[in-house]
Design a binder for this molecule. Structure first.
Ligand code: FES
Length: 130
């Protein structure tokens, strides 16, 4: 395993996200965010290799649920939204792997899954080092 693959990339999945319907947030159980986490954890192991996948409670992107965040020490942090647990688990993992492989956590735009390109909510730079 290379140094970049050991970069400690964490994929936070908001498990409190509710599916958005025309009438507002769904009351379905389990919540859509919990189903997204399950779908990500059920993906083939080679798609999750080297990633730490962790639940989180609310990433303050509730109106564009489901939401995840991808981060690593010394790298950019990305928040992704409007994710469907039945459709986007592998897109999220593909993005997380690109983030993992890039030294600064800046996946090339063209390499990102198209749905992720269109549903990136925010990116935050790494903390400055002294
Ligand atoms: S509940 Fe998931 S972002 Fe708020």
């Amino acid at each position: 395993m290379s140094i970049l693959e050991q970069s400690g990339t964490t994929l936070f999945v908001c498990v409190t996200c509710r599916a958005q319907t025309a009438a507002g947030p769904s009351d379905e159980q389990p919540r859509a965010g919990t189903r997204l986490l399950a779908a990500i954890e059920a993906a083939p192991s080679e798609l999750r290799a080297g990633l730490t996948i962790a639940p989180a409670e609310c990433l303050s992107n509730c109106n564009r649920a489901c939401s995840v965040a991808v981060t690593a020490p010394g790298k950019w942090t990305y928040v992704l939204g409007a994710l469907d647990p039945d459709l986007h688990a592998q897109d999220v993992l593909a993005f997380a792997r690109l983030h993992q492989k890039h030294e600064a956590g800046l996946p090339a735009w063209r390499e990102r899954p198209e749905y992720i390109r269109k549903n990136t909510v925010a990116r935050v730079p790494a903390l400055p080092t002294r």
